[in-house]
Design a protein around this ligand. Structure first.
Ligand code: GLN
Length: 465
């Protein structure tokens, strides 16, 4: 692993290496649009004192996570031109370990979407096939890793936004336990669901990065001290849902069955588990996520920061015009939905009900983890789909959050990993673990990577893979 990271340090060793790197990134980025801002020399908080493992290792950060001196657009017109005055705790910890931010990656506006097409900065394209999407909302981070532009990148996962693009781009993606990584500096979309996550081509990199960023932070009162639970347990039992609960495209079903077969070959016992409440994942997720989004996005009012349209006569007009011009359609839809489910007199019908489903899902996982160490689930019912109207509709995309949203509702960690490449496109699955048991995920993923090394995206030369 040291060697793998060492080769990335070369770009900061001399100007020629930096030039080679910069032209490699620019060439790819013209095709895939992974970065909203690429500036490998732009980091101001320099962990120069550090001699840690990550010294001079480059990484990319989703553009809804603050890095001082860089922009923080959240993929939105309303924040175009905003420069972060401070740095997110997770990023700062990596900088303290010596790592360097090379740029900010593209995303669905405020993290809302599954295609990376809901960005005011244009869609990101999949490095495996640029006529297709990367998945979202951390699509820029996933594409940058898959194309060999960085050894790892930070993303955020509110309902699947790290795991889904990881699966579409053939890389590993961790959504940690809720509260295990500080959210200070992560722009809020749905605060009770989201967490900063990591994307990388190798599970060891995810483990090492997670080790750096985890832990309690006085700046985030929902963060918790990370105390690995007890002794190092060996993973032996993996639970799966009955196939009748899954509705997957053929290639994805093939990947799912293949992953079960290979996990059995690796010595794991695979057995069926039963969590009936999972059937309601999407409904509970979108009720809670939009409710929280409508409150969190009230801060974009044209006053404090971001776009202000002063062409009207009154405060109200300024507010309406700024928000109408600044937000994209998907964001407007979700603010409206969130306001709707929170209307007075309707909370019982929607919000409270969704919270009850959330509890049932969490308890379902708790019960299941009495019998198995990890749970295997698909990430998304389809592989990377085509851009635009030839792809999936916004409603279809939401329904497809079925397999990812449950980990966010329950607050448990999940790791997406590449399984097969079918007709030129990667298929990924995910493993879920009890809270604060990320170690079990790494244990299984590293064993998996050894037995089934992930395919490298075509066009990525060995020096960047
Ligand atoms: N696809 C989900 C959504 O659109 C997940 C987004 C996320 O995790 N940020 O809300």
């Amino acid at each position: 692993m040291k060697n793998y990271l060492a080769k990335w340090k070369r770009i900061y060793s001399d100007t020629e290496q930096m030039q080679l790197y910069t032209s490699y990134v620019r060439e790819w980025d013209e095709r895939i649009n992974a970065f909203i801002q690429f500036d490998p020399g732009g980091q101001t908080d320099d962990g120069a004192g550090s001699n840690g493992l990550l010294r001079d290792v480059p990484f990319a950060v989703k553009d809804n996570i603050a890095v001082r001196g860089f922009n923080c657009t959240c993929g939105s017109n309303i924040l175009k031109g905003l420069r972060s005055p401070y740095t997110a705790t997770a990023v700062r910890k990596l900088q303290d370990a010596g790592a360097r931010v090379v740029g900010k990656t593209n995303l669905d506006e405020f993290g809302m979407g599954s295609s990376n097409e809901n960005s005011a900065f244009g869609a990101t394209s999949n490095p495996w096939d640029s006529s297709r999407v990367t998945g979202g909302s951390s699509g820029g981070s996933a594409a940058a890793v898959a194309a060999g532009l960085v050894p790892f990148a930070l993303g955020s996962d509110t309902g699947g936004s790290v795991r889904q693009p990881a699966a579409f781009c053939g890389v590993y993606g961790l959504k940690p336990t809720y509260g295990s990584v500080s959210r200070y500096g992560l722009t809020a979309y749905a605060s009770s669901l989201e967490v900063i996550g990591i994307l990388a081509a190798k599970p060891e990199i995810i483990r090492e990065t997670f080790d750096v960023i985890k832990g309690q932070d006085p700046m985030d009162h929902s963060s918790l001290p990370y105390e690995p639970v007890g002794f190092e347990r060996k993973v032996t039992r993996i639970g799966v849902l009955p196939e009748s609960m899954l509705d997957l495209q053929d290639d994805v079903m093939k990947g799912y069955r293949e992953s079960i077969r290979k996990l059995q070959d690796l010595g794991y016992t695979v057995s069926e588990i039963d969590i009936p409440a999972l059937e309601y994942t999407v409904y509970a997720y979108y009720t809670i996520a939009t409710a929280e989004a409508s409150a969190n996005l009230a801060r974009y009012n044209g006053i404090r920061y971001g776009l202000r349209d002063n062409s009207g006569e009154s405060y109200e007009e300024m507010l309406v015009k700024s928000r109408s011009r600044g937000f994209g359609d998907e964001v407007k839809l979700r603010v409206l939905l969130g306001t709707y489910v929170l209307r007075s007199g309707f909370q019982d019908q929607y919000y409270i009900r969704a919270q009850k489903i959330r509890t049932a899902i969490r308890q379902g996982f708790e019960r299941a983890f009495g019998d198995v160490d990890l749970i295997l689930q698909p990430v998304f019912p389809a592989k990377a789909f085509l851009h635009g109207s030839a792809g999936m509709s916004p409603l279809q995309q939401k329904l497809a959050d079925n397999y990812t949203g449950s980990a966010n509702l329950a607050g448990i960690p999940a790791l997406a990993f590449p399984v097969i490449v079918e007709n030129g496109l990667p298929v990924g699955m995910q493993l879920l673990a009890p809270p604060f048991e990320e170690r079990l995920l790494f244990q299984a993923a590293e064993k998996w990577q050894e037995a089934v090394p992930a395919a490298v995206c075509p066009g990525v030369p060995p020096e960047w893979s």
